[in-house]
Design a protein around this ligand. Structure first.
Ligand code: SF4
Ligand code: SF4
Length: 78
């Protein structure tokens, strides 16, 4: 599962722009805090989630690494 924590996200859209599989989609509505938190539109495309468990930690995870607010978590067992 890919989770975006809307308590941390400031809507910079780096994840939208840099995910090589276009997993994220821009939001058109601001959150309660006034930020445009992207939506996880196509989780099935994520290479980290599709990888075999043994290599999962090594695959992609660009969104987690690039998010300046540590708002994205890829959870292993979903
Ligand atoms: S990179 Fe992080 S802070 Fe920026 S929009 Fe994505 S989840 Fe939010
Ligand atoms: S791990 Fe990679 S493919 Fe998966 S959502 Fe993040 S950037 Fe996209």
């Amino acid at each position: 599962m890919i989770k975006i924590n809307d308590k941390y996200c400031k809507g910079c859209e780096i994840c939208v722009d840099y995910c090589p599989m276009n997993v994220f989609e821009r939001s058109l509505e601001p959150s309660e805090r006034g930020y445009f938190v992207p939506k996880v539109k196509h989780p099935e495309r994520c290479t980290a989630l599709r990888a075999e468990k043994i290599v999962k930690r090594e695959v992609c995870r660009l969104c987690e690494k690039l998010c300046p607010d540590q708002a994205i978590k890829i959870e292993e067992d979903c």
